[in-house]
Design a protein around this ligand. Structure first.
Ligand code: PNS
Length: 169
């Protein structure tokens, strides 16, 4: 599937952007599916200086690198500023986003249209696996903070990191 640049073909690139605080099985499912459709998938972790996350950006990146290593074509980086600038700098023509439910659609459509208007970058929506349609990083953090079982919702390294973070208080 991968088209090496050495064959003279440009690599097909896409980006999966997000906060990933932390990455869940829902995110991972979208990244895995994108990695089958594109030669290189860039996972772009947004730096939000006005919002303190549970995990620092470097910790989030490390967790994502660990759980996507098996795909072999995923690159993980942070960014701040506009996503379209991240795309422009790396020659990325497509954003891949998961849609969990109709409620996601309004805002996602606005962002897709804004990004397309700003730079021509396209957004492709992938329907979330129904097993994860209720899943968000916020809910995972809340349930984990109260000792609920989230082992089926996040990769094992993320579970371990969450347990460690909550043990530290
Ligand atoms: O995981 P999240 O928090 O839902 O991800 C939101 C994200 C990072 C995809 C979105 O906020 C974003 O693209 N931010 C970058 C700033 C930007 O480009 N804003 C204009 C969007 S139209």
């Amino acid at each position: 599937m991968t088209r090496p640049e050495s064959e003279g073909l440009p690599l097909r690139r896409a980006v999966c952007p997000g906060s990933f605080d932390p990455i869940t099985n829902g995110h991972l499912d979208i990244i895995a599916r994108a990695s089958k459709l594109y030669d290189v998938v860039h996972v772009a972790v947004m730096i939000n200086k006005s919002k303190q996350g549970l995990f620092g950006v470097d910790e989030r990146i490390e967790l994502i690198r660990q759980v996507t290593a098996e795909f072999g074509n995923v690159e993980v980086e942070s960014f701040h500023g506009l996503l379209v600038d991240f795309c422009k700098e790396r020659d990325i023509p497509a954003i891949v986003k998961g849609l969990r439910a109709v409620s996601d659609f309004d805002y996602e459509l606005q962002m897709a249209q804004m990004n397309n208007g700003l730079s021509g970058v396209e957004t492709l929506f992938v329907p979330t696996n129904p097993a994860y349609s209720f899943l968000s990083s916020s809910l995972v953090k809340e349930v984990a903070a109260w000792g609920g079982d989230i082992a089926h919702l996040v990769p094992p390294v993320v579970l371990e990191a969450l347990n460690k973070r909550h043990a530290q208080g």
